[in-house]
Design a protein around this ligand. Structure first.
Ligand SMILES: Cc1cc2nc3c(=O)[nH]c(=O)nc-3n(C[C@H](O)[C@H](O)[C@H](O)COP(=O)(O)OP(=O)(O)OC[C@H]3O[C@@H](n4cnc5c(N)ncnc54)[C@H](O)[C@@H]3O)c2cc1C
Length: 464
C-alpha cells in the first residue's frame, strides 16, 4: 500500500482480522451498537466500509451492523437512496429513478414496503391506449395480435442462432420486415428497450430476456419509493458528501479507502457504486482489479432512461387510462407515458425515452426537451393542448455518480459476467449493486439481494 499505513499485522502485535472480528462479533451479542461507535472513535478504522448508500449498500450495511460489525457507509451525495429518489416538488411523487416494484409477490422490496406500511397502488398493464405516429388510436385487437407476433419473433430468435449477435440483427435475419412494422417496432422499444435499459441494436439476442422475475402486477409506492432506503438507513453511520477516489487493498491486510474528505480503513470493503462509475474508472484500485472483473466492468451494457414529468392545469388525455403509448420516431423518443390521474389528483403525464434516445434527449436543454416531448403529445392529442405549468426531468447519463440508468446484457455478455461481481477480490473487496446479479439485474430487488449476499459472505466465510 503506497499511500496508507498497513492496517494491522501480527508482527506489530495487533490482532489478526479473524481475532478482531470474532471479538467484535462476540461483543456485539451484548452491545452491538457500542461496538460500532467504539470503532468509529478509533481513527476511523472499521470492520467494513460500504461504498454507496443505494439500496445494495444499505442492505449490506444494515445486515452487518445488526450482526455486530463496525460499519460505515461512504456516500458521494447528500442523501441515501442512489437510484431510488423521490421528488415531491410537483405535488405528487416523481420517481427520479426506480418507479415500480416489479412483480411484488415474493419480492423482498415489497416485503420491506409491507413492513413499513408503505401504501402501494397496483398498476394495470391492461389499461393502455397506443397512438400511431400520425395520432390515430390503434385498436387493442391489433396491439394484442402484434404482441403475440412479437413473442413468436423472440422465440424464433431464441431457437435459430448458435452465436450471439444484437437483438436487432437477429430479428432482421429471421424476419426482415419486422423492424419496419410500426407496431412491432414500438413494442421492441417501449417494452424491451424500457425494461432492459438498452437499445435493441446493442442487446444480446441470447440473453436480453433470460433474467428472472417474481410474480404479480407491478406496484407504485404512492408515498414515495424513497421510504424504502430511508427506512433501511435508520441508525446506520452514513458519511454524506464523501466521494471515494481510490482503494488500496491487500489480502489479509484490509483496505485503505481514499475519499474527498479523508482516508478510511477497514478489513473489508463492499463497493456498490453503479457500473457506470466503475466504467469511467472514477475509483482507482491498487492493485488493479483482476482481469475478469475488469472485463465485466468494460463489457456489461449500461444504458440510460430519461423521464420527463409534465404538469398541466387540466387533463387533455383520457383520465382513467394508465399508460399511453406513442409510436414515435426516432425509436425510443417519448414513446410511453404514465398517467398520474389514475393514482393521484395531479394532472401529470410522465414521459419516458428509452434505447438510444436518452443520450439525445439528455443533451437537450430543459425547454428543448419539453418542446420535443410536447411534439409527441401534440401528435397524440392535437395542436391545441396547453403548455405545461411545471416539469421535472432526469439526466442519468450525465449524473457523475451513476453515468447511466441500469445494466443490460450486451452482445457477448453471459450471466457469468454479472455474477462474477459476487466473487470477492483478495478476500477483501466485495462488489454489490444491481449489476452484480444476472438473475435480477437492473432492479431494486436485485440490488438489495446482492447487498445481502456480500454481507453474508463476510459473515459466513471471510471473517471466519
Ligand atoms: C430511470 C430509472 C428507472 C428505474 N426503474 C426501476 C423500476 O421501476 N423498478 C426497479 O426495480 N428498478 C428500477 N430501476 C433500477 C434501480 O433503481 C436500481 O437497480 C437500484 O436502485 C440500484 O441500486 P444500487 O444500490 O445498486 O445502486 P445505486 O442506487 O446507484 O447506489 C449507488 C450509490 O453509490 C454512490 N456513489 C457513486 N459513486 C460514488 C463514489 N465515488 N463514492 C461514494 N459513493 C458513490 C451513488 O451516489 C449512489 O448513492 C430504475 C433505475 C433508473 C435509473
Amino acid at each position: 500500500m503506497k499511500r496508507g499505513r498497513k492496517i494491522f499485522t501480527d508482527t506489530r502485535g495487533r490482532a489478526t482480522r479473524r481475532q478482531v472480528l470474532k471479538t467484535g462479533a462476540a461483543a456485539a451479542l451484548t452491545a452491538p451498537f457500542l461496538n460500532a461507535s467504539l470503532a468509529k472513535a478509533q481513527n476511523d478504522d472499521f470492520d467494513v466500509i460500504v461504498i454507496g448508500a443505494g439500496i445494495a449498500g444499505l442492505a449490506a450495511a444494515r445486515r452487518l451492523q445488526d450482526l455486530g460489525y463496525a460499519v460505515v457507509v461512504l456516500e458521494a451525495t447528500s442523501a441515501v437512496g442512489g437510484r431510488i429518489r423521490t421528488d415531491w416538488s410537483l405535488g405528487a411523487p416523481f420517481e427520479v429513478g426506480a418507479g415500480w416494484i416489479h412483480k411484488p409477490d415474493g419480492n423482498p422490496v415489497s416485503k420491506m414496503a409491507d413492513e413499513i406500511d408503505a401504501p402501494t397502488y397496483v398498476t394495470s398493464d391492461e389499461s393502455y391506449q397506443v397512438f400511431a405516429q400520425g395520432g390515430a388510436a390503434v385498436p387493442r385487437s391489433e396491439i394484442n395480435s402484434k404482441y403475440r407476433d412479437l413473442m413468436r419473433l423472440y422465440k424464433r430468435v431464441d431457437d435459430t442462432f448458435d452465436n450471439d449477435q444484437s437483438l436487432s440483427e437477429a430479428i432482421r435475419r429471421v424476419s426482415q420486415d419486422s423492424l419496419q412494422d410500426p407496431v412491432l417496432r414500438w413494442m421492441m422499444s417501449a417494452y424491451t428497450e424500457f425494461s432492459t435499459g438498452g437499445p435493441i441494436e446493442k442487446l444480446s439476442a441470447y440473453y436480453f430476456d433470460e433474467d428472472d422475475e417474481y410474480d404479480g402486477a407491478d406496484v407504485i409506492l404512492t408515498k414515495g419509493y424513497d421510504q424504502i432506503p430511508k427506512s433501511l438507513a435508520d441508525g446506520l453511520d452514513v458519511r454524506f458528501d464523501t466521494v471515494v477516489e481510490a482503494i488500496e487493498y491487500e489480502e489479509g491486510d484490509g483496505a485503505a479507502v481514499y475519499t474527498s474528505t479523508g482516508t478510511f480503513e477497514s478489513y473489508f470493503v463492499i463497493c456498490t457504486v453503479p457500473l457506470g462509475v466503475l466504467k469511467k474508472g472514477a475509483i482507482s484500485f491498487d492493485p488493479p482489479l483482476p482481469k475478469a472483473h475488469q472485463k465485466s466492468i468494460n463489457e456489461i451494457g449500461f444504458g440510460s432512461v430519461t423521464k420527463l414529468a409534465l404538469k398541466f392545469d387540466r387533463p387533455f388525455w383520457p383520465e382513467d387510462i394508465q399508460y399511453l403509448g406513442y409510436m414515435s420516431e426516432p425509436k425510443g423518443r417519448w414513446n410511453y407515458f404514465l398517467n398520474y390521474r389514475t393514482f393521484s389528483p395531479e394532472n401529470i403525464l410522465l414521459g419516458v425515452s428509452v434505447g438510444d434516445y436518452p443520450f439525445v434527449a439528455e443533451a437537450m436543454s430543459d425547454p428543448d426537451m419539453i418542446a420535443d416531448c410536447m411534439g409527441a403529445l401534440r401528435a397524440m392529442f392535437g395542436e391545441d393542448i396547453p403548455e405545461p405549468t411545471g416539469h421535472l426531468v432526469t439526466r442519468w447519463s450525465e449524473d457523475p455518480h451513476t453515468f447511466g440508468a441500469y445494466s443490460y446484457s450486451a452482445v457477448g455478455n453471459t450471466p457469468a459476467d454479472f455474477d462474477r461481481f459476487a466473487k470477492p477480490v483478495a478476500n477483501t473487496i466485495l462488489f454489490a449493486g444491481e449489476h452484480a446479479t444476472f438473475d435480477f439485474h437492473g432492479t431494486t430487488h436485485g440490488a438489495y439481494l446482492t447487498g445481502l449476499v456480500a454481507a453474508n459472505l463476510i459473515e459466513d466465510e471471510l471473517a471466519e
